[in-house]
Design a protein around this ligand. Structure first.
Ligand code: SF4
Length: 425
């Protein structure tokens, strides 16, 4: 890990808030056809949510969040028997819809139906920690071994011109593979809109860490929540968004982050860190969008549509160079592009697109027992008439409320030391 960290002053703090946030999150079902390490959702026998309840939650999110998009998640939302009706309902309310899926149940018939009802696209979660039937035949050692599978899904989507996005869990073990994953996305720029690097997190089950719900102490076990882990595992969790950023910058100096969301309890954290890299179909990178472009895009979109923007349904091409007037980063990319074309003018005609590259660093337990969440969390869902961070929904499902935590001094000290060590690497 290096010290090439982003500076908040160079980034646009996304304008999202509790009541004006472009994303609303729907948990359509708790049924899933596989298991993933670190999954926030437990299968608790609730099954598919009744379609009327889902519609009520969508209306609630539209009313209280002013959503531009609804993310349909679960469990595996494709398994919900009324998925077509749900998507159609959301589109009818003039919001976009993205389905978060592991892709296993996806087929041409479903894609065709989803296109007919106006779905924007899919965000796939595919990684080697999953219990996919295909993985039984062969032990996997690297995330890169799954790129062909990811590409297969991207090609399926291309046929219907869906938005295509991939989420990959980042751990200390696979951090070194991030550059190759980006290279893969870059080399398939016409098929892939973006990548989210979701940094693995957990809460420890260990002496000295006590959990409370509604003022009463509760017994915690490893796996009681999808993210309650052993002390040994917890002590290994030290990758942060800025570390992932540093690895990307080292291999793709043209990349730059443009927007962020900080933490609710730690002013130094980057909970969402988002950037966009210009790439042409020859795999050549030119630069990145800067904070000015993002700020202008959000302001104009809010002015014209009444909501903030997420998941743009048109891909940005060379027209983005018009933003050179306002945005120094785009200007830099423009001059690089001009020099590239002067060597061979035919290069001007190679298609160019932006590749979204983001990092999400889920909740962190701090030394004082506070949990550092994404400030103005975009992925909030509805639980019993209230907005809840979807990553912590299971605390509400099991204990009726979000947990509070007490951490003894000795544990806090150890965590501090482990973070300091990671900074020195
Ligand atoms: S706080 Fe919100 S955005 Fe952040 S990980 Fe949790 S659900 Fe996702």
């Amino acid at each position: 890990m290096t010290n090439t960290y982003p500076e908040k002053k160079n980034l646009y703090r996304l304008p999202y808030s509790m009541n004006d946030n472009p994303i609303g999150w729907i948990e359509a079902t708790d049924i899933c056809n596989i298991k993933c390490k670190g999954c926030y959702r437990l299968v608790m026998g609730e099954g598919h949510k009744p379609v009327q309840q889902i519609k009520d939650e969508i209306l609630f999110l539209k009313k209280w969040r002013n959503c531009d998009n609804i993310s349909l998640a679960g469990g595996e939302p494709i398994l919900h028997p009324d998925i077509k009706e749900i998507v159609s309902f959301i589109v009818g309310l003039k919001m976009k819809v993205v389905i978060l899926t592991n892709g296993l149940a996806l087929n041409d018939k479903i894609l065709k139906e989803m296109k007919e009802v106006g779905l924007l696209g899919f965000s796939f979660h595919i990684d080697i920690t999953q219990t996919r039937p295909e993985f039984k035949k062969k032990k996997l050692h690297s995330e890169l071994e799954l790129n062909d599978m990811r590409l297969g899904y991207a090609k399926m989507l291309k046929k219907y011109n869906f938005y295509s996005h991939f989420g990959i869990t980042v751990t200390p073990e696979n951090l070194h593979e991030v550059p190759e994953l980006i290279r893969w996305a870059k080399d398939n720029i016409l098929l892939i809109n973006g990548i989210s690097l979701i940094i693995y997190r957990g809460l420890p089950v260990m002496p000295g860490v006590r959990y409370f719900a509604k003022g009463e102490e509760v017994e915690m076990e490893i796996g009681k929540l999808g993210y309650t882990v052993s002390q040994e595992e917890y002590e290994k969790i030290n990758v942060r968004a800025q570390d992932v950023y540093a690895v990307i910058k080292k291999h793709f100096p043209d990349y730059e982050a443009m927007g962020y969301l900080g933490g609710t309890a730690d002013h130094t954290s980057f909970k969402w860190l988002w950037g966009s890299l210009f790439v042409n179909t020859k795999g050549k990178t030119f630069g990145a969008l800067g904070r000015k472009t993002l700020e202008l895009a959000q302001a104009v979109y809010h002015f014209t549509h009444g909501t903030y923007l997420v998941y743009p349904n048109k891909r940005i091409g060379k027209t983005v160079f018009l933003m050179s007037i306002f945005d120094p980063l785009v200007r830099k990319a423009f001059w690089k592009f001009i020099k590239y074309c002067l060597i061979n003018p035919l290069r001007f005609f190679y298609p160019m697109k932006s590749l979204g590259i983001g990092m999400v660093q889920a909740p962190d337990l701090l030394e004082n027992g506070k949990i550092d969440m994404c400030d103005d969390c975009p992925d909030m869902c509805v639980f019993e008439g209230k907005l809840v961070n979807s990553c912590r929904l299971d605390e509400c499902r099991i204990f009726g409320d979000l947990l509070t935590i007490q951490v003894e001094d000795e544990i806090a000290k150890k965590k501090r030391e482990s973070l300091q060590e990671s900074e020195m690497i």
